[in-house]
Design a binder for this molecule. Structure first.
Ligand code: ADP
Ligand code: MG
Length: 420
């Protein structure tokens, strides 16, 4: 049985016309001999009647009790995908394709009970395999699962991507197609960079970094699962299925003849960004290791996730998301620490396999931004990523500057090749 998982995102199922287009993608897959499993997101965006945010807004602040509210918020948010799955299944049936809708739980996805940000801990494929053997198309509600106790959990923003990849891995699918409103993964967010270009092929590692650093075109957890199970994922536009970005391992990329041999080894492949970041600078006695440790412990205990951490003897610098501003201030004040806060920051991250062990990339980045008088507040790096904290007002300028500097609008030329 040749299995394919086809995931249709919120904008791809937002109107009857788009859903018809999605039905065509399912039909085409069947005509090519695949047995499809479909995963859908909630229809549309905030303001549309059954979109995730619309449903969430209906109950926000209605309940004082936090635990109860998180649980019930998950319950209402999960409805968006369920509605979408029933609508899609009925359209497939109407088009002569035997089909039925399933919730995440009915499709065999067991979650860990962490409301709003749940992880899938088990997948039981038996029911989906039975439908596949009967030649029925199961339309699975994305973004959700159920605990062993029967509680419904959602998987966090973009969680339907993760649903699709987990199903693909567990069912042994040949590939997972992610249909969205852009033609693939691009060198930067096309909403900010006019010259952003589609990247034909990316490795799991690069997409993972781009996704973690804010390229919301695919959920980072989905890429992680794909990498662990070596699932081939293709991101494409609902209405332009011939193009798209293939995500696979480095080995597969190297062996894939249709990609130029240096495409995967360019210095920078893409730029991602995150907004709404706050920088904290905490002053401390240089010899006070105890307070330093206590501060990080207390932040962790308050479940505050910190990033871009720079530790100097008398100063500890880190960033948090905007919504963690007040809780972080509370922790530091309670400890009697002296600190400065810089709000309205953004993080720009340049990612590329080609920068591994290549000296001088940071110098080029700093030089390019300095020329445009963009102030760098802090930096961080890993082997294939350089991240820069800047003022949010400089964001568009910074991304466009780096995009131009590394000539990402055009395909890499031979002289830009990074020798392995
Ligand atoms: P879906 O509802 O299909 O899951 P999303 O809104 O989650 O779609 O993701 C698609 C959006 O991701 C695009 O509209 C685009 O603005 C944004 N995006 C951010 N970074 C990138 C990138 N590097 N390449 C493509 N799209 C990106
Ligand atoms: Mg998405």
């Amino acid at each position: 049985m040749k299995i394919i998982v086809q995931k249709f995102g919120g904008t791809s199922v937002a109107s009857p016309e788009l859903r018809e287009e999605a039905v065509r993608r399912v039909r085409e897959a069947r005509e090519k001999g695949y047995r499809p499993v479909v995963v859908v997101s909630a229809m549309g965006r905030r303001g549309d009647p059954y979109a995730t945010d619309t449903l969430k807004d209906m109950v926000s602040q209605a309940c004082e009790c936090r635990e109860q509210s998180l649980r019930d918020t998950d319950l209402i948010m999960a409805c968006g995908e369920i509605i979408s799955s029933v609508v899609m299944a009925s359209m497939l049936c109407a088009a002569g394709i035997p089909s039925l809708a399933l919730t995440g739980g009915q499709a065999g996805l067991i979650t860990d009970g962490n409301y709003g940000e749940a992880q899938v801990v088990e997948f039981h494929p038996e029911r989906l395999l039975a439908h596949l053997r009967n030649n029925e198309v199961a339309v699975v509600a994305g973004f959700q699962g159920v605990t062993h106790d029967g509680e419904i959990n959602t998987l966090g923003r973009g969680g339907s991507d993760t649903t699709a990849v987990i199903l693909g891995a567990g069912l042994g699918a040949e590939k997972v197609e992610i249909y969205t409103d852009v033609n693939g993964i691009m060198t930067a967010d096309p909403r900010l960079v006019k010259g952003a270009r589609i990247i034909d092929h990316l490795t799991y590692n690069e997409v993972c970094q781009l996704a973690y650093e804010g390229a919301k075109v695919i959920h980072p957890r989905a890429v992680e699962v794909a990498m662990q199970h070596n699932v081939c994922v293709i991101v494409k536009h609902l209405s332009a299925p011939e193009a798209g970005t293939v995500i696979s391992s480095e080995a597969a990329a190297a062996g894939e003849a249709r990609f130029s041999p240096w495409e995967a080894r360019r210095v920078i492949t893409g730029i991602a960004h995150t907004t709404g970041i706050v920088q904290f600078m905490v002053e401390m006695d240089a010899h006070d290791a105890e307070t330093e440790l206590a501060m990080f412990d207390n932040l962790a205990e308050a479940r505050i996730s910190i990033d871009l951490i720079s530790i100097f003897p008398e100063r500890k610098i880190f960033t948090v998301k905007q919504d963690a501003l007040l809780p972080t201030e509370a922790v530091l004040k309670k400890m009697g620490l002296t600190f400065k806060v810089q709000t309205d920051c953004a993080k720009v991250s340049v990612v590329g396999l080609g920068m591994r062990n290549l000296p001088g990339v940071m110098a080029r980045v700093v030089h390019a931004l300095n020329q445009k008088k963009i102030r760098i507040l802090q930096t961080g790096d890993s082997n294939i990523t350089i991240s820069l904290l800047i003022r949010e007002e400089d964001l568009a300028n910074a991304i466009c500057t780096l995009h131009d500097h590394f000539r990402l609008s055009s395909p890499p030329s031979e002289d830009e090749r990074v020798l392995a």
